[in-house]
Write a protein that binds this ligand. Sequence first.
Ligand SMILES: Cc1cc2nc3c(=O)[nH]c(=O)nc-3n(C[C@H](O)[C@H](O)[C@H](O)COP(=O)(O)OP(=O)(O)OC[C@H]3O[C@@H](n4cnc5c(N)ncnc54)[C@H](O)[C@@H]3O)c2cc1C
Length: 419
Amino acid sequence: MVIVGAGDCGVRAAVALRDLGHVGPITLAGAERHHPYERPPLSKTTLDNSADPLPKYIVTPERLATADIRLCTSVTAEAIDRTRKLLRLDDGSVLAYRKLLLATGARPRPLPMAVGLARCVTLRTFDDALALRAHLRPGRRLAVVGGGFIGLELAAMAREAGVDVTVIEALPRILQRGVPPAIAAAIHARHMAAGVVIRCGHAITSMVENETGLHITLADGDMLMADIAVIGIGALPNTALAEAAGLTIDNGIAVDDCLTTSDPDILAAGDCCSFPLALYGGRRVRLESWRNAQEQGALAAGTMMGQHDAHRAVPWFWSDQYELGLQIAGLADEAVDVVRRDLGPDAFLLFHLAADGRLLAASGLGPGNTVARDIRLAEMLIARRAHPPRDALADPGVKLKSLVVAESPAARHLEGVVT
Ligand SMILES: Cc1cc2nc3c(=O)[nH]c(=O)nc-3n(C[C@H](O)[C@H](O)[C@H](O)COP(=O)(O)OP(=O)(O)OC[C@H]3O[C@@H](n4cnc5c(N)ncnc54)[C@H](O)[C@@H]3O)c2cc1C
């Protein structure tokens, strides 16, 4: 078994293969030089200059050794010979595979006018985070291009370090993709309160750097100066290897519900693949989320071992900014109705309903982990394709647990488990 990409998805798949009883060799080949680490801390704790910037390992080196998983770091897979089932690496070695998993992840979407400018950087790897962290000092000027999750998490950390932060977003609001307006507005307000300047609806027309800084000109003629700019305008799936091998690409490496590509011996999973999401009528999606990478890694391992379990997980995502925790379960974009439940002065949930009242998604924002338990319960309702009463969703006096139990009496055990 050979896995390309030693991120969350690839590592999870390697470990799961062993846990499922695979006895032959498992090779995990990754382009990065570090032992495999988690990415979510890179825009959060890794940027905190008061703490040691240690990567958070996905599994320890000892765990990989005990499972007899061969990890090759600093190697890039260059070509797949599908006829002879061989994978060529850039160090000249060739690996034979019975099943091959592509877990090649994604890379930051480039902003053409920023390419080649030393003061414009991106944040995807631990090395990126280390380089950026060195700039987060009081009085420095940081421009964050793109009001998405990574840019905003970075803005929060930078502000807490005393950096002057300006977020530039071309769209009319921050978090336009996948986040309901009410939550985006609350996050916007929290950033403003922290002193972040947010410029929405402003495209950048030019970026020029010299020894004094980076000169950014906006479409309305305004100009701002920064010492460094982080380009956070989304990510592109790493599909080049699959494409060159003739595999089908469709907003990522296209896979079926068991994560098999157009070649039955090659799978793809995690950020790099698009797959049919059964819970939403089989529409093809590509998710960039930590839990999805983990779940699909495990699912891919099962398929590599000959199982036929189809993907049926509910998409789930979280983001931490300042003291606030945001969580979203499900996909809200096809909802026609939103029900709000207030949990206190600073915390609320939104339930996103289809025209027939089916719960499609739930999102929540609040200090720390306030919304976590309710989002977990909402996720169970989403997975059951439930149609919970609108009034009950809006009423904080009605426990979501009771709605889950009402939906499926078999879930009565939850009354002890989810507290
Ligand atoms: C800064 C940051 C913060 C995030 N925060 C959150 C969060 O708060 N919540 C959340 O849910 N998600 C978050 N995410 C997203 C989450 O981390 C990703 O969805 C997840 O890491 C994807 O895992 P993956 O294994 O599919 O891909 P990746 O983690 O991208 O791993 C793919 C690996 O494959 C390697 N590779 C690519 N091509 C080749 C090749 N040809 N040969 C060898 N190796 C190759 C790459 O170098 C990379 O190491 C965050 C991501 C980033 C970057």
